[in-house]
Write a protein that binds this ligand. Structure first.
Ligand code: NDP
Length: 338
């Protein structure tokens, strides 16, 4: 069983050397009487939240983040096939997505961690992205948290990533004016030409983010879908319209800083009567079936086109994870295990 082992707690930017590929010769078997399942992992999802598991737990660690144990395999979202089952709700051959190990085979408490896959007429890798956790995040964050209306102006940061690209496509389908920021020309072209955004800019090449936002939103922003935090949030706040909404999905620019940057323009929450609301997708799993009913037909009709970047081999999982923090991924980053 090939595994990626978490070596030790990380401060600052994570490195590939914080993880190590090993091969264990013990063949995994479901213990007699176990109510778990033995799965063969097919895809792993590279997600920014993995970084939170690599930090030593403190009194500030949210309860939904279970920090990794040094010397144990990394865990995260993935797609797998059930090989043996002691759980009455899962049988041999079932395809599942959910929390699994960064390894070829895993023993899992299925009821706690796995969702059965019923629709297999789409690529299975989609369950690491559009049909998995990032898809539900985009859906919940946009429709439930941002309360969008047709014709509104929407700005999305990290717009070419797993979550951002979907929020933009949902917003376009709703008839909004949509602009995204991303970190390369290739990503900006993708936003404009493939996803049909009304505008997009490379935030790394804008000397003044406020001026860039004013260029695309002369009348202001109704909805900001926040993925990055820091300087971008500060630039967005004064550009929000009266009673605009900010859905706080993530703040990736802050995750590797030992001390988070301050935000200076919070006064605009008051003067513009803004609503800024964070959300954590794990509290919205009850909406998963409703989400599938909405999104699957749109995928099949070609109204939504997910872009993903899938690398081959468990040995490439560490570099795929690190790549998220360098912006190397174009679209949803996933890893093929088998
Ligand atoms: P992405 O696929 O968007 O990958 C991360 C991207 O973030 C990179 O490609 C890079 O794109 C951008 N990025 C990295 N570092 C920085 C930085 N310092 N400043 C600005 N941008 C940066 O990841 P996801 O779509 O999976 O996640 C997007 C956000 O959503 C993250 O903040 C994540 O933590 C959050 N999230 C929140 C959830 C929730 O429940 N609230 C659930 C899932 C995700 P670029 O080239 O554009 O810089």
């Amino acid at each position: 069983n090939k595994q990626v082992i978490f070596k030790d707690y990380v401060t600052g930017f994570p490195k590939e050397s914080d993880m190590q590929l090993t091969t264990s010769t013990t063949k995994l078997k479901l213990p007699q009487g176990s109510t778990g399942v033995l799965v063969k992992n097919l895809y792993l999802s590279s997600d920014p939240w993995t970084r939170a598991h690599m930090t030593k737990a403190s009194s500030d660690t949210p309860s939904y983040i279970k920090t990794f144990t040094p010397g144990s395999p990394m865990t995260g979202f993935g797609v797998a096939k059930v090989l043996e089952s002691g759980d009455a709700n899962f049988k041999q051959g079932d395809l599942v997505w959910g929390i699994t190990g960064w390894e070829e085979y895993s023993l899992i408490n299925a009821t706690e961690s796995l969702v059965k896959i019923h629709n297999t007429d789409v690529p299975l890798s989609y369950y690491t992205g559009i049909l998995g956790m990032p898809g539900l995040t985009a859906y919940v964050g946009f429709y439930e948290v941002c309360s969008p209306k047709k014709g509104e102006t929407v700005f999305i940061s990290a717009a070419a990533g797993a979550v951002g690209q979907l929020v933009g496509q949902f917003a376009k389908l709703m008839g909004c004016y949509v602009v995204g920021s991303a970190g390369s020309k290739e990503k900006v072209d993708l936003l404009k030409n493939k996803f049909g955004f009304d505008g997009a800019f490379n935030y790394k090449e804008e000397p003044n983010l406020d001026a860039a936002l004013k260029r695309y939103f002369p009348e202001g922003i109704d909805i900001y879908f926040e993925n990055v935090g820091g300087k971008m949030l500060d630039a967005v706040l004064p550009n929000m319209k009266f009673r605009g909404r900010i859905g706080v999905c993530g703040m990736i620019s802050q995750y590797n800083l030992e001390k988070p940057e301050g935000v200076h323009n919070l006064m605009f929450l008051l003067t513009r009567e803004l609503r800024m609301q964070g959300f954590v997708v794990f509290n919205y799993y009850h909406l998963y079936e409703k989400f599938l009913e909405t999104v699957l037909p749109d995928i099949k009709k070609g109204k939504i086109t997910p872009v993903e970047e899938v690398v081959e081999g468990l040995e490439n999982a560490p570099s795929a994870l690190i790549g998220l923090f360098a912006g190397r991924n174009v679209g949803k980053q996933a890893v093929v295990v088998s």
